[in-house]
Design a protein around this ligand. Sequence first.
Ligand SMILES: Cc1ncc(COP(=O)(O)O)c(C=O)c1O
Length: 345
Amino acid sequence: MRIIDLRSDTMTQPTESMRRAMAEAKVGDDVFGEDPTVNRLEEMAAERLGKEAALFVTSGTMGNLVSQLAHCGRGDEIILGGQAHTFFFEQGGSAAVGGIHPRTVPNQPDGKLALEDIEAAIRGDNIHFPKTRLIILENTHNLCNGSPLDTDYMKSVGDIARRHQLKIHVDGARIFNAAVALGVKPKDLAAEADSVSFCLSKGLAAPVGSVVCGTKDFINEARRARKILGGGMRQAGVLAAAGIVSLNEMVERLAEDHANAKKLAKGLAEMPHISINPDHIHTNIIFFDITREGIKPEKFVQEIDAAGIRMLPVGAQKVRAVTHYHITSEDIDQALDVISKVMSK
Ligand SMILES: Cc1ncc(COP(=O)(O)O)c(C=O)c1O
């Protein structure tokens, strides 16, 4: 039975051309700055995001953590969404490791933080308060239906940050999805950000790795933070080689993943006892609610799994599905067929 795995775009396997590039990669000791393939990936990433420099790190979690450690000191405060991956799913790393204090504001359904909420959360000069240093935005926003944040919104947040001398970090794990969905360049989405971290190992299908981009000074600090976290890798060019293929070959095709997600959302919207608004789906992540009494997401997921369809139960009623490189339009037909049978049992 073919397994159609819609649990996450992290399920992607390296392509043939990645495997070849990995086998043939020229490598050196990257902690000495001597791995030519890592250096090449970092140059390419910096160029794509419109920044001076970049740093290859093991994961999105490490990318976000080294960025926070580079921007903030102990006792500084960051403003971020209550649904932010950095807040929700990264073990509170910046507090645990860096003594950085998180201040959450609500995410709007489209992943944005309301501008007035950001303004209201910024601390004044008062001996009782921590110092606000950083705003973190997530683009696309995982828990908010993979919503992309557009350049107008980024400009508005940029204005606030400048007025209050704050930095902006973008958790751009899927910023290439955002750029493709909005028809803009990643560097346009990153223009207001002091730092951006993006993942190679999600929709871009590399086996491992993320890249952080920013000024040279910021990257020097992030490199120090990476080292103390044990993230200084040696002949990491074997991994970076796959990342180079990601940037060269895997970006434009993300549009297919978005079309498949939309198709899945539209198909689900037509089924009884499933609630989803396809108009809210712009990239590769969809969430839907099972509204039928007696079918909890865990049971639903078990039943479709028995027919080769994998999704993630994520709440009392919610299920998540993510499209990616290994999912075809026919797979979506198959998934819809299985779901329709399970729901009409
Ligand atoms: C928005 C977002 N940021 C960061 C991460 C963390 O990436 P990693 O799993 O590589 O640590 C994820 C992972 O799913 C994510 O969705």
